[in-house]
Design a protein around this ligand. Structure first.
Ligand code: SF4
Length: 317
C-alpha cells in the first residue's frame, strides 16, 4: 500500500501534531482578471464565493485594492483578519483541541495589493497565538520578486506556502478559460519562487473545456518539472452566474464524469514522487448554485468514492 503524503501527514510529521488551516477572506482584495488589468469577468468558472466560506459580499464590494494604489482601509482589514482568525480558532480548538494553525489567505488574488498592505496583513497573521505559518493563494502574474523575497525572509522562521493557480499547461486552454496569462508566465514565476526556496503548491483542474485526461496529466507533469512541492486537484464543476454556466446551458460544455475524474486523479498521483504532498483531491459545492455535475454536490460521497478507488489501486489517502 502506498501512503500518499497528505497535508495532515506532512504537518504531523514536521510539527509533531496536527496543524489546522484557518481560511481568511479580506475585503477589498480582487483579481487582475476581474478588475480589467488583464481581463474582465474572470476565469470562466469563477464565482469566487464558491471557494470562500468567509467571504463577506457587501464588504468586498466597497473598494478594491490594486498593487499601485493607496489603501485607506488597512486598519479595517487588520480587524477583519483578527476577527476571522479568532472565530475559526475557537471552533477548531473546541472541536479538535487544535493548537497550531496556518493562516490561509484564500479568496481572490492574495498578493494583488500594495506591498505595505501585504506586509501588514502577513506579519499580523503570524503574530497570532498558535500560528506557525501562512498559505497564500495567488496567480503567477500577480506576484513580484519583491513579494517573493519578503516571503522568503518570513520563511526563515515560519512555514510559508505560495499556492499558485496553474490549472493547465496548455496555452490554448488558458485562453479558452480566460485565464489572462499563459504558460510562459507560470514557468517564469514558479522558477523564481523556487529560486527563493519557498514552498509551492499548484492547483490543477481536471475536466477543463476542450481538455482530455491526457492534457490534464500533461499539466501535472509540467508543474512537477517546475519543482512544485504540493498539489491540489479539483474537478471542474459549473456554478450559476459564471461564463461556464452559459456554455453549459448552450450545450457547449460537458463536465467531467466522476469515473473519468477518479481515473485521471489516480494516474496523476502515480506520477508524483512520494515526498510531494497532495493537499486536495476533491471539490464541490453543497448548495443550489451548483448546476452540474451532480456528483460534485456531496463532498463526503465524492471522497468515499475516491478513497474506495484509491484502495483498489493500493493508495492510502
Ligand atoms: S484567478 Fe481566481 S479570483 Fe481571479 S478570476 Fe480566476 S478564479 Fe477568479
Amino acid at each position: 500500500m502506498r501512503r500518499i503524503l497528505t497535508a495532515g501527514r506532512y504537518f504531523r510529521e514536521k510539527f509533531g501534531e496536527s496543524v489546522y488551516k484557518i481560511p481568511i477572506s479580506i475585503s477589498g482584495f480582487t483579481c487582475p482578471n476581474i478588475d480589467g488589468t488583464v481581463a474582465r469577468g474572470g476565469c470562466v468558472f469563477c464565482e469566487n464565493e464558491s471557494f470562500s466560506p468567509n467571504l463577506e459580499h457587501n464588504q468586498s464590494k466597497r473598494f478594491f485594492l490594486h498593487p499601485t494604489s493607496e489603501n485607506p482601509y488597512l486598519e479595517f482589514q487588520l480587524i477583519q483578519l483578527e476577527a476571522q482568525y479568532k472565530k475559526t480558532k475557537t471552533i477548531l480548538s473546541k472541536k479538535f483541541g487544535a493548537q497550531k494553525f496556518i493562516i490561509y489567505f484564500q479568496s481572490f488574488t492574495n498578493t494583488y495589493a500594495p506591498l505595505a498592505t501585504l506586509k501588514a496583513l502577513y506579519s499580523k497573521a503570524l503574530s497570532f497565538e498558535g500560528v506557525i505559518g501562512l498559505s497564500i493563494g495567488t496567480r503567477t502574474d500577480s506576484i513580484s520578486e519583491e513579494v517573493i523575497a519578503y516571503l522568503a525572509e518570513l520563511s526563515k522562521h515560519h512555514e510559508i506556502w505560495l499556492e499558485y493557480g496553474v490549472q493547465s499547461s496548455s496555452d490554448e486552454t488558458l485562453k479558452r478559460i480566460n485565464r489572462g496569462h499563459g504558460r510562459a508566465n507560470i514557468e517564469k514565476y514558479i522558477a523564481l519562487t523556487h529560486q527563493y526556496k519557498l514552498n509551492i503548491c499548484a492547483h490543477i483542474i481536471f475536466g477543463l473545456p476542450g481538455e482530455t485526461p491526457e492534457m490534464a496529466l500533461e499539466s501535472v507533469k509540467f508543474a512537477l518539472n517546475l519543482g512544485v512541492h504540493s498539489f491540489k486537484f479539483h474537478p471542474l464543476y459549473v456554478v450559476k452566474r459564471t461564463a461556464l454556466a452559459n456554455d453549459f446551458k448552450k450545450g457547449e460544455f460537458s463536465p467531467i464524469s466522476e469515473a473519468c475524474y477518479i481515473e485521471t486523479l489516480i494516474k496523476a498521483i502515480k506520477l508524483l514522487p512520494e515526498e510531494v504532498m497532495v493537499q486536495r483531491v476533491s471539490a464541490g459545492i453543497e448548495d443550489d448554485t451548483l448546476l452540474s455535475p451532480s456528483w460534485c454536490y456531496v463532498k463526503h460521497q465524492q471522497m468515499k468514492a475516491i478513497r474506495k478507488a484509491f484502495k483498489n489501486e493500493g493508495l492510502l489517502y
